[in-house]
Design a protein around this ligand. Structure first.
Ligand code: CMP
Length: 140
């Protein structure tokens, strides 16, 4: 049996505000990911701090938390073989200016902070981040 992995994505506030939920989900769909779970919600400051706790010593942490709580996000668990790597390839470099043509961040990102989407950076973090947003009952 083929082993399927998961990754956790968020469509970030500016991309949601600009109307890019549909175009981004179309790219996700075309790339062959299955949507296991999905919701639109507005993170509280405490939730955003918690989600990005790994970056709490970084100079951009407070700005990132402020940005991520500035409007609704869409969180989703995506399933595919090698989901973490495959999704990172689809979305491109963290900085949209350095992202390859055709990637989600190149197409829909605005800046390194407002870079359209988040994607998990490892299988372990994908599991942790997915549990942050979704219970078993919300996964299909
Ligand atoms: P994301 O995949 O959500 O994970 C951490 C986020 O921190 C990252 O995307 C960027 O939006 C943000 N980030 C990373 N590096 C920087 C930076 N040098 N300046 C501002 N924001 C950054």
């Amino acid at each position: 049996m083929t082993h399927k992995n998961i990754t956790l994505t968020m469509i970030k506030p500016l991309a949601v505000q600009k109307g890019f939920i549909g175009p981004i989900l179309a790219k996700v769909n075309e790339a062959g990911f299955r949507i296991v779970a999905m919701k639109q919600m507005k993170l509280t400051v405490d939730q955003a701090k918690d989600f990005y706790a790994i970056h709490k010593e970084r100079p951009f942490y407070n700005d990132l938390v402020a940005f991520m709580t500035s409007g609704p996000i869409v969180a989703a668990i995506l399933e595919k073989e090698n989901a973490v790597e495959a999704y990172r390839e689809l979305i491109g470099s963290t900085n949209p200016a350095q992202a390859t043509d055709g990637t989600v961040r190149k197409l829909y990102g605005t800046s390194i902070e407002a870079n359209a989407v988040h994607g998990s950076d490892s299988d372990d973090n994908a599991v942790i981040e997915s549990a942050f947003f979704f219970s078993k009952l919300e996964r299909f």
